[in-house]
Design a protein around this ligand. Structure first.
Ligand code: ADP
Ligand code: ADP
Length: 222
């Protein structure tokens, strides 16, 4: 589903953020990405989402090398990927419903279909009762669940999460990881960047560990 072949990423004047990175994530696999701050976790996820492009090497998603994808194809590529951020990036002047509807509204989907999808997504994260609320009225855990509903509303086969529970206490974080496991059970491919060593060693999934831009451990290959 996702394959990196000798990928390097260099930011101008910052040196290499990723160095000769190779790995493969199979369809339906769930993996954790870990490593110290600045190790390259966000950069790796951004390359998959085509927010950044590799300097060298190939990033292959769904059998297609995306490094040379024409600009006009990028929106279609991104629709296949649900992105979840630590700070959830919700629009505070819009309702929960509108925040979750946004990725579908920009595709020109009819409103009735949008309504059905948005409510299904809110139902999955347990927030159906909050569709008229504004994000600021919600707790941190609820806001993150709205961010997750927005990521899944288009039913993407791939979910990428960047420190999704970094601002949450352990109990709320557990709810988020329960959701990820449910997506995994229905066949979604997930990659979750996190510092939470205790949790990832407790949950028995593959762990990719970066150190200064290099892949130094991959439990899937042990
Ligand atoms: P992590 O997510 O593991 O904290 P990042 O991928 O954010 O690591 O960062 C890896 C390295 O790349 C760091 O040295 C960081 O400062 C640098 N970096 C990340 N994004 C940019 C950018 N947009 N421009 C320049 N340097 C960047
Ligand atoms: P994260 O750990 O989620 O990447 P950061 O605070 O490291 O968050 O980075 C926030 C934003 O700034 C990201 O988009 C990242 O790519 C960018 N960034 C990180 N380091 C640098 C840098 N040295 N120069 C320019 N942009 C950077």
């Amino acid at each position: 589903m996702i394959r990196f072949e000798h990928v390097n990423k260099r930011y101008p004047e910052r040196g290499e953020a990723l160095k000769d990175l190779s790995f493969e994530l199979a369809a339906g696999e769930m993996a954790f990405l870990t490593g110290h701050s600045g190790a390259g976790k966000s950069t790796l996820l951004k390359l998959i989402g085509l927010i950044e492009r590799p300097t060298r090497g190939q990033v292959v998603v769904d059998g297609r090398s995306i490094g040379d994808l024409p600009r006009r194809r990028i929106p279609f590529h991104r629709r296949r990927i649900g992105m979840i951020f630590q700070d959830h990036r919700l629009l505070n002047d819009r309702t929960v419903y509108d925040n979750v509807a946004l990725p579908l509204a920009i595709t020109g989907m009819p409103n009735r279909d949008i309504g059905r999808r948005v409510r299904a997504a809110l139902d999955q994260v347990g927030l159906l009762a909050f569709e008229r609320a504004h994000p600021v009225a919600l707790s941190g855990g609820e806001q993150q669940r709205v961010g997750i509903a927005r990521a899944i509303v288009g039913r993407p086969p791939i979910i990428l999460a960047d420190e999704p529970t970094g601002n949450l206490d352990p109990e709320l974080a557990s709810e988020i990881y329960d959701l990820f496991e449910r997506f995994h059970e229905v066949g979604v491919t997930l990659m979750i960047a996190t510092h939470d060593q205790e949790r990832i060693s407790r949950m028995a999934y593959r762990i990719l560990r970066l150190h200064q831009g290099r892949l130094i451990a991959d439990s899937g290959n042990w």
